[in-house]
Design a protein. Structure first.
Length: 192
């Protein structure tokens, strides 16, 4: 593995995920011929979905190399951000948006004590807990003092479990592929 602190090993293009508290770098050397960094500046602006008041601003350095220190990224709030990259002409501050996308800022697990499970994992566990609690009872509905409660039927609960299990499986497959491992949907073949 190449030294990821070395700017010569900086990945080309924007990341999809950023871990708060990590040193982050990437480069956009594809822009240097049309927008040389001695006359143009590459900048990024990102807004947190659901809270547009939270913004991340990044300015690239020479040759459009982006570097964000660990200290700076430690202040990034976890969540999904919509970002845009733009080039500013240094002579008159005119700007052009050149691309946009989405970043997911992942919480720093050294400092963040929130539950690291995804929404799908949490909901799956809730459904499984309800299902386990229902095994010993056979009451689908009841009334007390004019108030009534109807529980999900077992087949409806199983449908919810299958839905959330499918979401969890998708997340795990995506993580496995990202890590360079085979996912559960990988077909392996051996030729004799």
């Amino acid at each position: 593995m190449a030294n990821l602190f070395d700017s010569t090993n900086a990945p080309v293009g924007e990341p999809q995920e950023i871990v708060a508290g990590d040193f982050i770098q990437w480069k956009r050397d594809d822009l240097t011929s049309d927008y040389p960094s001695d006359s143009y500046t590459l900048k990024y602006s990102a807004r947190l979905q659901g809270n547009g008041g939270v913004e991340i601003e990044i300015t690239a350095g020479s040759d459009h190399l982006v570097q964000v220190s660990s200290t700076t990224s430690a202040n990034y709030a976890a969540g999904t951000y919509n970002w845009q990259a733009y080039i500013t002409r240094d002579s008159d501050s005119a700007r052009i948006v050149i691309t946009s996308g989405i970043w997911k800022v992942i919480a720093n697990r050294d400092l963040d004590s929130t539950d690291p499970r995804s929404e799908a994992e949490i909901n799956l566990q809730k459904c499984l807990d309800v299902y386990a609690g229902r095994i010993g009872t056979d009451v689908d509905s009841y009334s007390i003092s004019g108030r009534s409660l109807t529980k999900l039927k077992p087949e409806e609960l199983r449908k919810e479990i299958n839905y959330w299990q499918g979401k969890v499986n998708q997340e795990r497959n995506k993580a496995a592929i990202k890590a360079g491992k085979a996912s559960s949907s990988t077909i392996k073949a051996r030729f004799l």
